[in-house]
Design a protein around this ligand. Sequence first.
Ligand SMILES: NC(=O)c1ccc[n+]([C@@H]2O[C@H](COP(=O)([O-])OP(=O)(O)OC[C@H]3O[C@@H](n4cnc5c(N)ncnc54)[C@H](OP(=O)(O)O)[C@@H]3O)[C@@H](O)[C@H]2O)c1
Length: 241
Amino acid sequence: MPSFYALVIGASSAIAQAAIKQFEADQDCLGVFAVSRSLPSVAESSKTQWLESDYSETSIQQICKNLSPYSGKISKVLICNGILHDESIMPERKLEEIRASQLEAVFHTNTIIPMLWLSQLLPILHSNQATQVALFSARIGSISDNKTGGWYSYRASKAALNMLIQTSSVEYARRAKNVKLIAFHPGTTDTPLSKPFQRSVPKDKLFTADFVATQLLSIMNNVPMDNKAAYLDWNNQAIEW
Ligand SMILES: NC(=O)c1ccc[n+]([C@@H]2O[C@H](COP(=O)([O-])OP(=O)(O)OC[C@H]3O[C@@H](n4cnc5c(N)ncnc54)[C@H](OP(=O)(O)O)[C@@H]3O)[C@@H](O)[C@H]2O)c1
């Protein structure tokens, strides 16, 4: 594989952390840019440069400007941001639990922030080199697969993200032909995001972040570069949109 730089956005995510470790160990990877709301107290590897962002449009624009010397050289991008719950949010089980504030907060992190990155990254990803962008979606965002209902904000934010990925892929195919956009479902993974919901998950269906990162990087290396968005799970199986 030709040498490359990696960009990991939402780098505090447990899956992102595992992916960063794997990039650092990869001899073909010349460096990793890790973007997060907060910087780690100790930066463990000289290969990774941490960049702080509040994910405002201004901050995203500034980071993309700073990355412009690496245009055409960043060929692996992970956009990991996503919330399911926090101190004031739990997934809604019924219509009475719908709150505008929750819909707005979840859409902002899960849909709007990834889209702002897709919008600003286009000139940086314009390249002769095959480039893959994995945006962390979820199977629950599949409209055709919605059998159980519930989890309104999270489900709809990922469905909207999927639509934005599809729509962006049409334009990327024209303006940055060597870029493949992947809506990625990691499977239920042992991270803070899934912690409150792990009890009902059989042990062999709860993945480690390391396992999921290995699967994702392998999928990115082998995915067909066909100018179409793909919606793939951790096992490289296509999910119906
Ligand atoms: N774990 C699972 O079972 C599972 C299943 C399906 C899909 N996913 C998806 O996988 C992705 C990674 O999740 P994870 O399991 O690794 O979770 P995690 O360890 O809890 O990571 C949370 C991620 O969300 C970002 N984030 C949290 N609050 C935010 C806010 N207010 N504004 C902007 N960014 C915020 C963090 O970015 P910073 O680095 O900036 O803090 C980090 O990238 C998410 O998109 C999630 O929806 C996870």
